[in-house]
Write a protein that binds this ligand. Structure first.
Ligand code: CTP
Length: 398
């Protein structure tokens, strides 16, 4: 359930803060991406560097970043709040509970609570009689009414030496509850199968030479991740990409356009098919079994056209299936893309231009026009942002 999900781990100033380090590791082992925000007093218990190096992201403590911090955006509480699928505050002190109950937002953690669009899970953790105090009881009731999820603390031996209710639950219990909460969030692609193709193909002339293109596979992988985040079961058929592949996804490696076509046919009953691959249009008529020696070489290679996979999918499209293609152009972007939309019988074409520096092959950013039969929508951002916004736009337009 947590695989591929984005979690903000909020750590407040209680002795159980050290356990949050293990919680972070377990979230990661479950496949989640985690960012950590700490209250200033939490840093008295565990150094922020511990969380920063384990999460591979700077830890946010104050709303206004300190000088020298790598994340210098002072609206990061908003960005983080929009980024996350789940916000887990563990341990959560009586002080932070009181702030949350009253909308106080005087540090990064409490400000992000206000900005968060995702479910919020709170693990109250206190010593002695604090958990039973009237103000904590009242504040927890208020927070529950807000719709936040409270995971009750466990009873047992506390840091003060007292026995009572207030211990942070076992990591496993926190993980189970987080998974349950995530499970309740039904993404719009829940129960849907999405086939995505990514990367280039290689058309071999002989064992050491091939025809290909500079596609990195980044845009296709971003589309696959976006579909998974929206709840879909994703199959990623990919050529030889130069970007990291998601570990928690069914990835099928192929080499040539022919291999890709064969793999795509197996999953051609998917509910959504996203052809983001830069499939070679041509392949050599003849492939030599052995390396062609300089002396024997002719100066030309005869080519034949490969199967246009998207065109084939358009021809055999099943009812209610959504077919999304890409168009990469160097001139007349929109008119060429429109032609592809019609000739390939796709429902949508994501058109991008190769003529700008920050879009196209290998870049981390992209500028894309989402073209439907009657729609045209421009999106610009990182490839991941573009992928998510484009898919959401398509889903909203259906
Ligand atoms: N495509 C495909 N099979 C091919 C070639 C392309 O499925 N043999 C798909 C791509 O994955 C993309 C769309 O068709 O979704 C458009 O690809 P693009 O390379 O932009 O266009 P082409 O169809 O190759 O046309 P042209 O070369 O004329 O631009």
């Amino acid at each position: 359930m947590l695989s591929g999900k984005r979690i903000i781990l909020g750590v407040t100033g209680g002795i159980a803060a050290y356990k949050a380090v293990f919680l972070l590791r377990e979230f990661q082992k479950a496949g989640a991406e985690v960012r950590v925000t700490m209250t200033p007093s939490a840093t008295r218990f565990v150094g922020s560097e511990t969380f920063a190096s384990l999460s591979n992201h700077s830890v946010a403590i104050e709303i206004f970043p300190d000088e020298g911090e790598s994340d210098t955006d002072w609206t990061r509480h908003i960005n983080w709040g929009e980024w996350a699928d789940l916000f887990v505050i563990a341990p959560c002190t009586g002080n932070t509970i009181a702030k949350i109950a009253n909308g106080i937002s005087d540090n990064m953690l409490t400000a992000t609570v206000l900005a968060a669009r995702c479910p919020i899970m709170i693990c109250p953790t206190m010593d002695g009689e604090m958990y039973e105090s009237p103000s904590v009881v009242k504040n927890l009731k208020t927070i529950q009414e807000f719709g936040y999820h409270i995971l009750e603390p466990e009873s047992g031996f506390l840091a003060s030496g007292l026995d009572g209710k207030g211990r942070l639950p076992e990591i496993e219990t926190i993980l189970d509850t987080a998974s349950e909460i995530i499970g309740f969030i039904e993404g719009p692609l829940q129960g849907k199968k999405v086939l995505v193709t990514a990367g280039p193909t290689r058309e071999f002339i002989d064992p050491v030479r091939f025809i290909s293109n500079p596609s990195s596979g980044k845009m296709g992988v971003a589309m696959a991740k976006a579909a998974q985040r929206l709840g879909a079961e994703v199959i990623l058929v990919h050529g030889p990409v130069t970007t990291d592949l998601p570990e928690d996804m069914r990835c099928i490696p192929v080499i040539s356009a022919h291999d890709m076509f064969e793999a795509v046919k197996i999953y051609a009953d998917a509910d959504y098919i996203i052809m983001a691959a830069a499939v070679s249009d041509f392949t050599p008529k003849e492939t030599f079994e052995h390396k062609v020696k300089k002396g024997n070489a002719t100066s030309s290679v005869s080519l034949k056209q490969t199967q246009d996979i998207l065109q084939w999918l358009g021809e055999y499209k099943k009812a209610d299936q959504v077919l999304i293609g890409f168009a990469m152009e160097t001139q007349d972007l929109l008119s060429n893309a429109k032609k592809k939309l019609n000739s390939k019988k796709a429902d949508w074409i994501l058109a991008n231009s190769l003529s700008t520096n920050d879009s196209g092959f290998g870049t981390d950013t992209n500028e894309v026009y989402v073209l439907g039969k009657e729609t045209e929508h421009r999106i610009k951002g990182t490839k991941q942002e573009v992928a998510e916004q484009a898919l959401n736009f398509i889903l909203d337009s259906e």
